[in-house]
Write a protein that binds this ligand. Sequence first.
Ligand SMILES: *Cc1c(COP(=O)(O)O)cnc(C)c1O
Length: 438
Amino acid sequence: MAEPALAGFCALLGAGTVKSAVAGVLREARARSNEGSALPAFDVLVAEICARLTRLESGGLVEVLNGTGILLHTNLGRAPLGRGALEAIERIAGGYSNLEFDLESGTRGSRYERTGALLREATGAEDALVVNNCAAAVLLILDTFARGREVVVARNQLIEIGGGFRLPEVLARSGARLVEVGTTNKVYVRDFESALGPETALVLRTHASNYAIAGFTADVEPRELAALARRTGVLLVEDLGTGALVDLAAFGMPHERTVREAVGDGIDLVAFSGDKLLGGPQAGIIAGRAAAIARLRANPLLRALRVDKATLAALAATLALYLEPERLGEIPFYAMLAATPDALRARAERLRGALEAYGVATSVVPTLAFAGGGTLPLASIASIGLRLDGELDPDRRARELRAKRPALAGRIEDGALLFDLRTLPPERDDEIVRLLAG
Ligand SMILES: *Cc1c(COP(=O)(O)O)cnc(C)c1O
C-alpha cells in the first residue's frame, strides 16, 4: 500500500479499493506459486496491480473533455448541466426536501406538481408530466391509451433512434397494433382518414430528428392532422424527441420545431427529452391537454418511470432560465452554440502558442461542429479546431489521450487528430495544454 505507484490510485479510487486489488493480485500469485510457478518479482506484482486498477477506474464514470465537436454527444452523456442546475442538485439532493410533501397543509404532496408550472410557462401547454426519459414518455402514453388498440403512424416516420429504440418494436411491446399509412416518401391526409376506425386509439407523429427524407416527398401538416383528429375524436400524439424550447434560428441554426409550436398546432400530447436541446438532465417530458395528462398520472406504470429528486431539481433550475431569455447562455449547450468562430479561433491560437513552447506542433483549422443527440442531423455549425501536426499514429495518440484524466476525446479527420474548440470548456484550456503537452 505504501508503494508510490499506488498512491495516485488511492486518491482516485479510495484506499479500500486499492487494498482489495493488492490482496487479489497477491492471492492469485500465491495460488500460482503453490502450483509450482515461481513468485513474480515485486515490480511485476505492482505492474499487475496497476493494470487491474486502471481497468477498474476506466470502467467507472470518468470525466471526459469533449473535443469531438458534437455538442450533445449521446456516448459522452448528452447535455452538460449548468451551474444553477448543479447547485439545485446539491441543495435538494444533499438533504431532505418537500419532494412529496405539501409544506402549506403539512400533508402528502405530489412530486409531479413541482415542474408543472414551469413547463406550462415554457411550452404553453395546459399541463405537463416528467418521467425518466423520452422513451419512457412514449411507452407511458402508448400503455395508457393504446394497449390492445391501433396506433396509426405514417411510414415516413417509422423511426429507429439510437440505443435500439425502434418505434414498431416499442409499439408491439406496449401491446398496441401498428397501422402504417402512406409510403416511405409520400403520405396524404386521406391516407390517415381511411385508416381511422373504431379500433384507433391514437395517431402518432414522430419528429424527423435524426434523419431526413429528400426528393419527391409529400407530408401532412401537423395542423391538418390535428383537425382530422379533432373531427374524428382520436388522440394526436407527437414524439418530438429533440425538445427545443426556443427558436434555434436565433443561433444561426435551421429552425427546429419547438414544443410550443407542436402544442399550438393542436397536438394533444407532445413527448420530448430533457437532455437534448433543452440542455437539462436526462428526463422525458410530456406536455399537452390537461385531461390526457390526468389519464397518464393515473396509470400505475408511472410509478416505475418516476424521476428522482436530483433530476427534478436540475430540470426546474434549467427551465427557469427559459423564462429569462437573457440568461439562456447559462445553459452550457446554448453557451457552446453561441460562441463565435472569432472567439474560438483566439482560444485555439493561444493553445497553439502554449503548446509550441512545449515542442508540440499544432495548427488552427476550420471545422464543422454538430448539435448531435440525434438532433439536426444535417445542420453543421462553423467551428474551429486544433490539429496535432506530424503525428505518425493518430489512433494511438487518441488512445493515449483517452487514458489521461480527465480523458481528452477528439476526432480523426483526414488522417490527423483534432480537437474542436466549440465543445471544449474555455475554463479548462490550461488543462488541455497540460494533457496535450504531457
Ligand atoms: C431522442 C429521441 C427519443 C428518445 O429520447 P430519450 O430521452 O433518449 O429516451 C425518442 N424519440 C425521438 C424522436 C428522439 O429524438
